[in-house]
Design a protein around this ligand. Structure first.
Ligand code: ATP
Length: 866
């Protein structure tokens, strides 16, 4: 084994055939051919054949197979064949559904695959972590997942959480020096980083020493369980409901079986009938319909910039009652432009900046040095706040890379949103100077002097007042303010947090980050949907309030609160206050957890946005953690249930609308299945109780349940987004999907269809031909259920939501009708499905009775459902 920690950087680079300038494309190809892709092998995926055979494990299918065997034994080959064919078609449909759902889920996963920043062909690029090869030069910064094992070649206060490997939750401080010891334990190889850990602080450049299964985590993990989605709460409760219902139905079937025997019907016939009734009545498709509707729904959400990482999020989305959102980039455009500069005692507008003022120029120079952003002709790379400063430099004809080359960075304390500042040390002339930039309120406290055109002066109370007034003026007009300070430090000084004091104030730079155009509308939509939007930002209270007012989040100043005020109150007090606060300013990530908890304790379902590594706990605590796709760190994305590919607040609101629609669609789809099954069971139960012949042959029930039922159910699940969903209050998360009102609707609608079916049966019986009566009952039940699919599309009438707005439901209806007509008209099928030829009058009767429940329910909805 190569003990890279014992080698110095040059030796490691030679050993790996690479250099500090990284690899070029040809070298990458060679290494890829040698080592493969950087991925941990997953357990094998199930093949289509396996999925197909798994369909036969279902309890009901087993009953049916048993029934087919019994039919064979009693020489009833025809019905055995029908059962087998139906089971096979059903299994095929199930396989297609399963594969389709899996495909859409794995394409979702690919969308949120982790990425890495590497040096290739001399350029820093971002690529999927899977493509990293041994010898790559990799850049790490706070919030990144380490995608491969590597030896640190440049280190800037890197701290890494290695809990996935060592179980140790404290971050490890790394170094780049060689460790001259033998047998150093993994946790002590502090000049190395390991795949699966994540950066909590600082940054580093590393050379990749191992990828994929050769990494330390790869050795531990050996084979990963293929990532299997856990069932969502809805699926779990539907499974439980389905099981209970199955027991009730089996009891009813046993009763009917007993009655049939009692009346002297042949044993085998009675048995077959009871079995097919059980199959027809037990809604075995519930859970799989939910999976497919969720999977297709999430695919649509991905097209609308919201990638759902955990399926259960879709269900909770519909119940969200509070959205806690970042300001910068989510509610605002994150396109910052410098508007004003303050140095000495003057305030200068951007368009009035003169290129020859030495203080201004010095401030701009500082802003380029204490800065990590780069702009090229094609791209702006880095934090938009810093990009704005680089653009300001360009106005002064200063190129950031040249400036940074002339005054190289010797040491640094990276920005972190808890400290709200960052510092770097540079050699300027023969003096080492530390430059600090950050929020004024944290920086000013640490200043003792102020830069003036001549010599720096002592920073007096009056100066502080003036600076604070200027800051207030800037903030009131919604500007984001950065303060700058500096101090001389001794040569060769490695910075630590204690050094950020006794500074000399250098000036302020204020920039504009306008709200996104769509934010105000999205906030208004939220409010009308009964959802409270809350802004949580690291920015200044006045700036935040100004923006919050513009977009409608904040009505009065008293609704704004600052991080330090939060520190002063207990969780209990916060809970009392939380509903009155719409803007939290100058907060740190830990405050976010408290705010989420306070809302949750008030019984709310909370969506919370985040992007930094420190946001991960709050993202996990919230009901729906929402990470930013563009600016978010890998750690935040990993902790989130949903990732926004456009970082846009309005996308969250759209996702909630989608979540509500998907939930409503699932509910409607279940209603369709349950009410149809209820109709079948009521008809049979009634016939048995009043000693009528059985209204259906077993094959009739199988035909309806297994062939014409699932397409309309899926079509209902795909009902397009209904405006209405955002006019209602959020759904109570603890309210079960199958509540009392729902149960009553299922029963009433099932009863209605049963009455029509039995009417057809009675009309048929009047001819004295039982087989004809049965054909009429079967056709009516089948067609009425197909029509009923339209009733189940929405709570409102289809005339309100648009008769043709769901093309899938027409398609499903069409296919169902074609199947039915084929069975009723083609002699071969007529024989198999035990149907009699129908006259046109009988067809009219069937049509009239089948369409009746549709007309009645639609009339009711038009009159009473607004
Ligand atoms: P939000 O939390 O809505 O994204 P934010 O970007 O203002 O808002 P943070 O990134 O935590 O939140 O920044 C907090 C404060 O830190 C800012 O108001 C600014 O004063 C300061 N700041 C932001 N970025 C930098 C940076 N790159 N260097 C130094 N200070 C910064």
């Amino acid at each position: 084994m190569n003990e890279f920690y014992k080698k110095n950087v040059a030796e490691v680079l030679t050993k790996l055939n690479t250099s500090e300038d990284g690899l070029n494309d040809t070298e990458v190809e060679k290494k890829r051919a040698e080592y493969g892709f950087n991925e941990l092998k997953e357990g094998k995926r199930k093949s289509a054949i396996q999925v197909f055979f798994e369909q036969f494990k279902d309890f009901l299918v087993l009953i049916l197979i048993g029934a087919a065997i019994i039919s064979m034994l009693f020489n009833n080959v025809e019905s055995a064949v029908v059962i087998i064919v139906v089971i096979i078609i059903n299994a095929l449909l199930g396989t297609i559904q399963h594969i389709k759902a899996e495909q859409s889920l794995s394409s979702l996963k690919a969308l949120s695959a982790p990425s890495s920043k590497v040096l290739r062909n001399g350029k820093k690029i971002e690529l999927p972590s899977r493509e990293v090869v041994v010898g790559d030069i990799l850049f790490l910064e706070a919030g990144d997942y380490v995608s491969a094992d590597g030896r640190i070649i440049e280190n800037f206060s890197l701290q890494v959480n290695e809990s996935s490997l060592t179980g140790e939750s404290e971050s490890v401080l790394k170094i780049s020096d060689t460790i001259n010891k033998d047998d150093v334990a993994l946790g002590d190889r502090i000049n190395m980083v390991f795949s699966g850990s994540f950066v909590t602080y600082g940054r580093a450049v590393i050379v990749v020493t191992a990828i994929g299964m050769s990494t330390e985590i790869g050795k531990i993990a050996a084979l990963l369980e293929s990532a299997k989605e856990k069932k969502t709460p809805l699926q779990v409760s539907l499974d439980a409901f389905g099981k209970k219902l199955a027991i009730v139905i089996l009891v009813i079937c046993a009763l009917i079986f007993g009655l049939n025997i009692f009346r002297g019907n042949p044993l085998i016939e009675s048995f077959m009938f009871a079995v097919s009734l059980a199959v027809a009545a037990i809604p075995e498709a519930l859970s799989s319909i939910v999976t497919i509707v969720l999977a297709l729904g999430t695919q649509k959400m991905a097209q609308e910039n919201a990638i759902v990482r955990r399926l259960h999020a879709v269900e909770s989305l519909g119940s969200v009652s509070v959205i806690c959102s970042d300001k910068t980039g989510t509610l605002t455009q994150n396109k910052m432009t410098v508007k004003k500069v303050h140095v000495d005692s003057k305030v200068v507008d951007f368009d009035q900046l003169t290129k020859d003022d030495p203080l201004e120029k010095r401030l701009i120079l500082m802003s380029l040095l204490c800065n990590d952003a780069i702009t090229t002709n094609e791209k702006e790379l880095g934090d938009p706040t810093e990009v704005a400063l680089v653009n300001l430099g360009a106005f002064y004809d200063l190129d950031e890379l040249e400036v940074r080359k002339s005054y190289p960075r010797l040491s640094e304390l990276p920005f972190d949103s808890d400290r709200k500042m960052m510092s770097t040390v540079h050699k300027i002339g023969d003096q080492s100077i530390m430059i600090t930039k950050g929020a004024l309120d944290v920086l000013l406290k640490r200043c003792v002097k102020i830069l003036k055109t001549t010599e720096p002066e002592e920073l007096k109370e009056k100066h502080k007042k003036d600076i604070e007034n200027i800051n207030r003026d800037f903030s009131t007009s919604g500007l984001r303010v950065l303060a700058f300070a500096c101090k001389d430090v001794e040569d060769g000084k490695e910075l630590n947090l204690e050094d950020e004091k006794d500074l000399t104030f250098a000036g302020l730079i204020a920039m504009m980050d306008p709200p996104r155009e769509e934010s105000a509308k999205a906030v208004a939509d939220c409010i009308s949907a009964g959802i409270k939007p809350v802004m949580i930002t690291g920015d200044h209270k006045i700036t935040a309030s100004a923006i919050a007012k513009q977009i409608g989040i904040l009505k009065s100043e008293s609704e704004a609160m600052e991080g330090y005020e939060l520190d002063k109150i207990s969780d209990e007090q916060l809970k009392e206050k939380v509903e009155q606060v719409s803007v939290y300013a100058r907060v740190s990530p830990e405050h976010k957890i408290r705010i989420v908890r306070a809302w949750q304790e008030k019984g709310n379902v909370v969506a919370m946005t985040g992007d930094g590594v420190n946001d991960a706990p709050a993202l996990k605590q919230s009901d729906i953690g929402v990470a930013m796709g563009i600016t978010g760190t890998e750690v935040a994305k990993d902790a989130a249930a949903m990732v926004l590919t456009d970082d846009n607040f309005s996308t969250i609101v759209k996702s909630i609308a989608n979540g509500r629609s998907i939930y409503a669609n699932i509910k409607n789809s279940i209603k369709f299945l349950l009410s149809g099954n209820t109709a079948g069971i009521i008809s049979v139960l009634y016939a048995s109780l009043v000693a009528l012949p059985n209204p259906f042959a077993p094959v009739h029930l199988l035909f309806i349940n297994l062939l014409t039922d699932s397409l309309p159910a899926i079509a209902i699940g795909l009902e397009p987004h209904n405006e209405h969903v955002m006019k209602e209050r959020p759904r109570n998360i603890s309210e079960p999907i199958l509540n009392k009102a729902f149960g009553i609707e299922v029963l009433v609608e099932g009863f209605l269809i049963a009455v029509c079916t039995l009417t057809a049966f009675y009309l048929g019986l009047r001819t004295g031909n039982i087989a004809l009566a049965s054909t009429m009952a079967f056709s009516t039940l089948c067609l009425a259920r197909l029509f009923h699919g339209f009733n189940c599309r929405a709570k409102e009438s289809i005339f309100r939501i648009g008769v043709f707005s769901n093309k899938y439901s027409w398609f499903a209806f069409g296919i169902g009708v074609i199947f039915l007509v084929l069975v009723l008209e083609i002699p071969f099928l007529m024989n198999i499905f035990e149907v009699e030829p129908l006259t046109s009058n009988e067809y009219y009767t069937i049509f009239g009775l089948s369409v009746l429940p549709l007309l009645l329910v639609q009339a009711y909805k038009l009159l009473f459902v607004k």
